[in-house]
Design a protein around this ligand. Structure first.
Ligand SMILES: NC(=O)c1ccc[n+]([C@@H]2O[C@H](COP(=O)([O-])OP(=O)(O)OC[C@H]3O[C@@H](n4cnc5c(N)ncnc54)[C@H](O)[C@@H]3O)[C@@H](O)[C@H]2O)c1
Length: 358
């Protein structure tokens, strides 16, 4: 993910009217081979295997931290203590208590959690349909992220497949913040959780694996004075899917759905004489304007750059009405759902959430 960030900055000139110009000046990675890749990136003055050396550099204002989940707490806290701002990768701590500690340490620093999929024009259009009230009374929400990354039993056991390094929450730590960012921002905070969790292969080349691979989490949320069922799906064993993020909201007057399977397409339903969904090709209508023509289709590197644009614009006070990156409080709220999901699955019961911090 560090290389993806470098790639976003390297073509920053594609964005129009941005108030900020990031410069990648320093990179830390324990792995010399990973570090060596950044020698090809112009402007990087410091390459180090010791992240503390990077944090000591006065040239560094913002740190993007993308490391295994067991290192989030130590490294994010060190970033904040060094006085730098932080874009921390999800899940923002290996568990709820780590996320709470990171959030508490943010102080006056500008801190956000990475989540790029809402920057697809189709995701933005679904958000707009909801915010404008065009769907009527909301009947149902489905948000999810499907991979098939763990279907292949020959794939090696790496840190993402072990609870000690990925977290006991497993796939929820991997994909859950992506799934919950939009619902939480729209005010749909689960008040009860019932979860079904499944494990993947216990043995892989390179060792044992013990993480949850698939999670289906049924929740109740409140919206417009009504109770709404919201289903969250996070799967690393979803046959046929490579990196499918989706959001569907159905209401009494209309529906809206977007999936990265069709990256430029918005599906909309309007109540009428016939039961009909309509398809709109949205093209390149990203929140931050770019040189790319409106007819073209956006992809993963584009939305990552949009997320960076949102992070840096909000930090500079010029986000305006545009959609902001996930806040520390949202990362903590997501972790509360994951912790409740673990308990729900373990006890095979519905967990009623206490929102003591509201
Ligand atoms: N936003 C997204 O779409 C997205 C996608 C994939 C991963 N992620 C997140 O990014 C983070 C990293 O995932 P990844 O897929 O890039 O993992 P990765 O294993 O490819 O990379 C992690 C890097 O961290 C380095 N590292 C480990 N310990 C370190 C230390 N003490 N100091 C400095 N570097 C150290 C490793 O050498 C490795 O190069 C995770 O939090 C993951 O959830 C986000």
């Amino acid at each position: 993910m560090g290389r993806e960030a470098a790639s976003s900055f390297a073509r920053w000139f594609a964005l129009e009217g941005m108030p900020v110009q990031p410069r990648l000046v320093a990179v830390a990675d324990l792995n010399e081979d990973a570090l060596a890749w950044f020698r090809g990136v112009p402007g990087v003055d410091l390459l180090t295997t010791d992240y503390k050396e990077l944090l000591a550099s006065p040239d560094v204002e913002v740190v993007y931290a993308a490391v295994p989940h067991n290192l989030h707490l130590e490294i994010y806290e060190a970033v904040l203590e060094s006085g730098k701002d932080l874009l921390g990768e999800k899940p923002f701590g290996i568990d709820l208590s780590a996320a709470e500690r990171i959030a508490a340490g943010a102080g006056s620093r500008f801190v956000r959690c990475a989540s790029e999929f809402p920057y697809f024009p189709g995701a933005q259009a679904v958000i707009e349909e909801v915010r404008d009230g065009r769907l009527g009374r909301i009947l149902e929400i489905v948000a999810g992220f499907h991979h098939s990354s763990d279907l292949d039993p020959e794939k090696a056991a790496n840190w993402k497949r072990r609870s000690a390094t990925c977290g006991e929450i497993g796939v929820m730590g991997d994909l859950g913040m992506h799934v919950l960012h939009v619902p939480l921002r729209l005010g749909w905070r689960p008040r009860s959780v019932y979860a079904q969790l499944q494990k993947g292969y216990p043995e892989r080349p390179g060792g044992r694996c013990d993480t949850w691979d698939n999670a289906t989490v049924h929740t109740w949320v409140e919206g417009g004075g009504q109770e709404i069922p919201m289903r969250l799906e996070m799967k690393r064993m979803a046959p046929g899917e490579t990196n499918t993020w989706f959001l569907e909201v159905l209401g009494t007057d209309g529906g809206a759905r977007f999936s990265t399977r069709e990256p430029k397409t918005l599906w909309r339903f309007r109540r009428g004489a016939r039961q009909e969904w309509s398809r709109t090709d949205l093209g390149f209508g990203t929140p931050f304007k770019t040189i790319t023509g409106g007819i073209f289709e956006p992809g993963f590197p584009d939305i990552l750059q949009q997320m960076w644009a949102a992070f840096l614009a909000e930090r500079a006070g010029s986000l305006g009405e545009r959609f902001g990156c996930a806040r520390p409080a949202e990362a903590v709220a997501a972790h509360r759902v994951f912790a409740a999901a673990l308990e729900s699955h373990r006890e095979e019961k519905t967990i009623v959430m206490e929102h003591a911090d509201e």
